[in-house]
Design a protein around this ligand. Structure first.
Ligand SMILES: [Mg+2]
Length: 241
């Protein structure tokens, strides 16, 4: 399904992998946390474990699939850290240090195409919303980067909405925050399920930001944010569907 560009009146951006990314990498941050406790673990091992446990620890089903809040997010991350670094002498310290690390703006970098894209969209009059599977730490992270000055409100965070992507309530909350009907909203992000297929099921348009050149053959995608405005102003140009 191609994007109906002429209907789009508002844009929702995912945060991690779309606007910002951990810097140093997640794997390196975990390796360093382990090293502070005298545990040597290889980066590629951390990377593989993180990938596995992050993907497989999306939910705390006691409250229903994809339900979340601040307590559940913290508990979830404690499990992930425990699984990725099982040999820490002091697992609580390891978790607390990593939880704190990722709460600081300086632990994240903003992709270079973000500021120009947001500037152009703002100038073109497109309402924008940042909406993320994250917890309240995201507010401080974004507030610490000038690229997001004046753009972090409204900000939609799954722990505050009560549901994680791809739960339909999350996308409904995004449309409500923009005061637009789903058919007028385009979701842009780096995750095929959370940012493209999930939004589509909820009646929005979804566009994959394919920064890693995965080139999915069944989804419309953009290589970066530079061409986003072109696509909004000139129907379909530059989008591979
Ligand atoms: Mg993402």
């Amino acid at each position: 399904m191609s994007i109906r560009w002429n209907q789009i009146q508002g844009i929702v951006f995912d945060a991690v992998g779309t606007l910002i990314e951990p810097s140093p990498s997640v794997a390196l941050a975990y390796v360093q946390a382990a090293a502070r406790q005298g545990v040597v673990v290889e980066t590629h091992v951390v990377k593989e474990r993180f990938h596995h446990y992050f993907r497989n620890d999306e939910v705390d089903d006691l409250n229903g699939p994809m339900a979340t809040d601040e307590v559940l997010e913290r508990r979830r991350w404690r499990r992930i850290v425990g699984n990725v670094l099982p040999d820490l002498p002091n697992p609580d310290r390891g978790f607390e240090e990593l939880w704190d690390h990722f709460s600081h703006p300086q632990s994240w970098r903003v992709f270079s195409d973000v500021a120009p894209a947001l500037d152009m969209l703002e100038a073109a009059g497109f309402p924008m919303l940042i909406a993320s599977n994250f917890d309240r730490r995201l507010r401080a992270v974004l507030a610490g980067h000038p690229e997001f000055e004046g753009r972090v409100e409204p900000l939609l965070i799954s722990s505050e909405v009560g549901f994680r992507k791809p739960h339909p309530n999350f996308y409904e909350a995004a449309c409500d925050a923009l005061s637009l009907s789903p058919s007028c909203v385009l979701y842009v992000g780096d995750d095929p399920e959370n940012d493209v297929r999930g939004p589509r099921r909820a009646g929005l348009s979804g566009l994959l930001l394919d920064r890693d050149s995965r080139r999915p053959d069944d989804l419309p995608f953009l290589p970066d944010l530079h061409v986003l405005l072109d696509n909004l102003l000139i129907s379909g140009v530059g989008v591979q569907a």
